[in-house]
Design a protein around this ligand. Structure first.
Ligand SMILES: [Fe+2]
Ligand SMILES: [Fe+2]
Length: 332
C-alpha cells in the first residue's frame, strides 16, 4: 500500500516534469500543464501504476503483444481523461485537431505511437530499475512523500472543483430549486423511514441521500445533465433499512445497490437511467461502469460524501430544518 501511494505520487510529479519540458519547449515559454496548479498530473500517476501492473503481468510476453496492449491502454487513458476534463471542467487540456488521424482532437495516431514507445521504454528500462530502487527507499520517506503529494493534490483539486461548480451567490437559488424537485420524493414514507437508520457516524441515511442528491444536482446542472433523474436516482440510491455495520447481508458494499433498486422499484416507476444510477452508485467497487454521466456523478459524489463524513472538520449537514419540518408533519 505504501509503495502504491509513493509510486502514484512519484509518477504524477515525474509526468508533470515531462509535460512541462515538452510543452514549454514547443511553446517557447513556461507552460503549467493540467487543471491543477501544483506540480503533479493525476493522469500520469494512474498511468504509471497501470504500466507497473502490466509490466509485471506481461514480463514474458513478446514486444509486439506489449506494444499492442500499451497502445490500447495509453490511448484509452488519454481519451477518457480528455473526455472527463472536457465534460466535467469544460476545459480542453490538449488539442490534436491539426494532427492527421485524430479523433475529436483528443487522441491521434502520432501521439498514440509516442505513448506506446514511452510505455515500452518504461517496461524494458525504467520498471526493472525502479523496482530495485523502491526497495532501497526508507518507508518513512515513501510515506511522507506519498501522502504529502496526495494531500496537496486533493486540496488543489477541491479548490478547482469548488470554483467550477459552487458559486456562493447562486447557493440560495440552487437550494430552493433542488428542494422543489426533491421534497415530493422525501415526503414518501418509504424514503422518510431512512431517518430511522444511522448511515455514517451521527448522520442518518435520510440526511446522507439528501446530501448526495443535492451535490449531484448542482454538478448535473452545471454539466447540463438530466437533473430530475439525477435527484430521483440519488435519493433512492441507499434505499435499504438495516444497520449495515451490524446486520444485513454479507458483502453489503457489493449487494446493497441491488437491494436499494428492488426497494425503489416498489415505490416508483424508474427509467433506465435512474436504475443505472442506483445500481452503479458503488462504482468502482462494483466493477460494471456507469452507462450515463448522471450515474458517474452520483457515484463520485457518494464516495466523496462518505469519505468526508469520517473527517469531523469536513463533515457537512444539509437541509436540516427542511427535514425536521417534514418529519414533524409526518408524525402529526
Ligand atoms: Fe450505498
Ligand atoms: Fe450512499
Amino acid at each position: 500500500m505504501i509503495n502504491f501511494l509513493f509510486s502514484f505520487s512519484l509518477f504524477s510529479v515525474l509526468g508533470w516534469i515531462l509535460e512541462v519540458v515538452y510543452r514549454s519547449f514547443v511553446n517557447k515559454r513556461f507552460v503549467n500543464p493540467g487543471l491543477l496548479s501544483g506540480p503533479y498530473l493525476i493522469l500520469y500517476g494512474f498511468a504509471g501504476l497501470i504500466l507497473c501492473f502490466c509490466a509485471n503481468l506481461m514480463s514474458h510476453a513478446n514486444i509486439f503483444l506489449k506494444a499492442l496492449l500499451y497502445g490500447i491502454i495509453t490511448t484509452t487513458l488519454e481519451f477518457v481523461s480528455g473526455v472527463i476534463s472536457l465534460k466535467l471542467f469544460n476545459t480542453r487540456l490538449w488539442d490534436y485537431s491539426d494532427n492527421r488521424f485524430n479523433y475529436k482532437g483528443l487522441i491521434c495516431l502520432k501521439f498514440s505511437i509516442y505513448w506506446t514507445a514511452l510505455a515500452l521504454l518504461f517496461d524494458y528500462f525504467i520498471y526493472p530499475n525502479y523496482m530495485k530502487l523502491l526497495d532501497t527507499i526508507p518507508i518513512s520517506t515513501k510515506l511522507i512523500f506519498g501522502i504529502g503529494v496526495i494531500v496537496c493534490m486533493g486540496i488543489d483539486f477541491g479548490k478547482v472543483f469548488k470554483a467550477r461548480f459552487f458559486n456562493p451567490e447562486e447557493e440560495e437559488t440552487l437550494r430552493q430549486e433542488f428542494w422543489d424537485l426533491a421534497a415530493d420524493y422525501v415526503k414518501n414514507p418509504a424514503i422518510l423511514k431512512l431517518n430511522d437508520s444511522f448511515h455514517h457516524r451521527d448522520k442518518t441515511r435520510l440526511m446522507h441521500v439528501i446530501e448526495v442528491a443535492y451535490i449531484s444536482f448542482v454538478i448535473a446542472k452545471k454539466m447540463s445533465l438530466d437533473v430530475s433523474s439525477t435527484v430521483k436516482g440519488a435519493l433512492l440510491h441507499d434505499l435499504f433499512y438495516y444497520d449495515w455495520l451490524r446486520e444485513g447481508p454479507r458483502l453489503h458494499g457489493f449487494r446493497h445497490p441491488k437491494i436499494s433498486l428492488e426497494n425503489a422499484r416498489k415505490i416508483y416507476p424508474l427509467s433506465k437511467k435512474e436504475e443505472d444510477i442506483i445500481k452503479k452508485h458503488m462504482w468502482p467497487l462494483t466493477p460494471m461502469p456507469p452507462l450515463y454521466w448522471e450515474s458517474f456523478v452520483v457515484a463520485m459524489v457518494d464516495s466523496f460524501c462518505s469519505f468526508r463524513d469520517y473527517i469531523p472538520c469536513l463533515r457537512r449537514y444539509y437541509f436540516k430544518d427542511e427535514i425536521k419540518k417534514l418529519l414533524n408533519k409526518s408524525e402529526s
